[in-house]
Design a binder for this molecule. Structure first.
Ligand code: GLN
Length: 184
C-alpha cells in the first residue's frame, strides 16, 4: 500500500510519521508529477485552506484531484483538508462547513471524544478548526463534539475537523486504511 500526502502547506510531516509507525509507505505531493504517481489513497492535511486551494489551482492539481476522488480515490482530509472537500472547494463531499467555527478564543482545544467504529475515546486536537454544519444523506456522521459534527465519511472520503496526526494515537489513521482504503 502507498499513500500520497499533499505537502503544499500545513501539517503534512506528522501524517508521514503516523503512517511510518503503522508500517505504511507514503510520499509527498508537491507538484503535478508527484501527484500522478501510483497511490492507493491521499491525505489532505490541515493548514490554511485558502492557501492550499490557491496552490492546488496554481499547480494544476485541483482538477485531476477532484476527478480522481469522484472516481473513487480514497481520501482523508483533516481540518483544512476537510474544508477542501466541501461544497465550496473540491465539492466531492456532500457537506457544508463552517470555518474557524469556534471563534478566536475557543479556536484551539483538546477533547477526548467518541468515534463511531473505534472503541474507546479518541484524543482530538482542534486548531482553529471547522465543523460540519450540514451534510447530505450519503454522509455517515462518525463523531459529534459539543453538538457539532467533527468527523464524517462518505464512501471513500473520510474527514475530521481535528488533527489525529498530532497525537500518539494511531487509530483514526488505521480506520482510514482499513475502512476507507481497504487495500492489503
Ligand atoms: N482555520 C484553518 C482554515 O480555515 C484550518 C485550520 C487547520 O487546518 N488546523 O483553513
Amino acid at each position: 500500500m502507498k499513500i500520497a500526502i499533499l505537502a503544499l502547506q500545513g501539517a503534512f510531516e506528522e501524517h508521514r510519521q503516523t503512517l511510518l509507525k503503522l508500517g505504511v509507505e507514503s510520499f509527498f505531493v508537491r507538484n503535478l508529477s508527484d501527484y500522478q504517481c501510483q497511490k492507493d489513497g491521499i491525505i489532505i492535511p490541515g493548514g490554511e485552506s485558502t492557501t492550499i486551494l490557491k496552490l492546488l489551482n496554481d499547480l494544476n492539481i485541483f482538477e485531476p484531484l477532484k476527478q480522481d476522488i469522484e472516481n473513487g480515490l480514497p481520501v482523508f482530509g483533516t481540518c483544512a483538508g476537510l474544508i477542501m472537500l466541501d461544497d465550496k472547494h473540491l465539492g466531492t463531499m456532500d457537506i457544508t462547513v463552517k470555518r474557524n467555527a469556534y471563534g478566536r478564543q475557543l479556536g484551539s482545544f483538546f477533547f477526548e471524544g467518541d468515534f463511531d467504529g473505534i472503541d474507546g475515546k479518541i484524543p482530538m486536537t482542534f486548531i482553529r478548526a471547522p465543523f460540519i454544519e450540514k451534510c447530505g444523506e450519503g454522509v455517515k456522521i462518525l463523531s459529534i463534539v459539543n453538538g457539532n459534527i467533527v468527523a464524517a465519511q462518505q464512501e471513500r472520503q473520510l474527514v475530521t475537523a481535528f488533527h489525529p496526526e498530532l497525537n500518539e494515537d494511531l487509530r483514526v489513521h488505521e480506520y482510514f486504511l482499513q475502512e476507507v482504503v481497504k487495500v492489503n
